[in-house]
Write a protein that binds this ligand. Sequence first.
Ligand code: MTE
Length: 317
Amino acid sequence: MLIKIQSAADVQPSEITPESIYQKRRDFLRNSIGIGLSLAAAGAFSPLLAKPDLKLNQLVKSKYSTDEKQTDFKDITSYNNFYELGTSKKDPSRYAHELKTEPWSVTIAGECEKPGKLTLEDFIKPHALEERIYRLRCVEGWSMVIPWVGFSLADVLKRFQPTSKAKYVAFETLFDPKNLHGQRRRVLDWPYVEGLRMDEAMNPLAMLAVGLYGQVLPNQNGAPLRLVVPWKYGFKSIKSIVKISFSEKQPPATWNVSQPSEYGFYSNVNPAVPHPRWSQKRERRIGEFRKRKTLPFNGYGEQVASLYSGMDLKKYF
Ligand code: MTE
């Protein structure tokens, strides 16, 4: 296979941050510190948005963080699932440049009092960033421990004032087939969509991530904004979000639409319910050889099991 290596001369003008956007970001950073964001957010924000390669050390660590060994940065950023950038594990890092994250906006729609379209900066601004070290268990049988940087999804949703009709929240990934070569193939129904029941979305464990290992989220991990739901299989953690909407009815979820007999809407990590083609009892932590036992709700049962009391989780898998 012939792999084209990009040289500086190959960089398209569209890949270079325009001066106006760069300047706007600088102004924004100065202002956000000026209006008194919490220390954690102020400390985190400037390097996150202005200097992607700077390590953060001032982040508040969430109480939900695991102290298990963190997966290597290299593995987290080079062994990915992001079908918009190709279907093999190496494709997302190889084709990461296809994802254009500037400018970026997030549309808020549906059953809420404050719908609208926000720039990424305005979307993130009110929220204090923190570090949350979570396990992520992929439906394919591997897992990682990832130090995310982000904020609580519940705080975001409350801000837009969902109405009493809002029973679910739906998420949508950028649709840009011109640049994202994976979207020019019909492997999935594009754009990638996901959804949560409102009480799941409001659980304090659910988060939106803008970074990992103290750096801006690499494109292959779902820059500039992705969902992280640690008690569900990895495919619920939708990447590169451009739209969040509230609905009365259960929204479509890409893998559930694609293969309903294999992927349910809930997709809670559950060793007692095998995938039709393989067991879910064990998993391999990336970087280790031995297999581990998979835990119900990926080990987060204490925080989330009550969301499903009375439900038959074999039926609602
Ligand atoms: N989001 C989008 N938009 N497209 C995808 O293909 N893959 C999902 C999820 N989010 C995917 C996505 C799957 S299957 C997994 S396991 C996780 O992203 C992987 O996240 P990671 O690459 O950051 O580990």
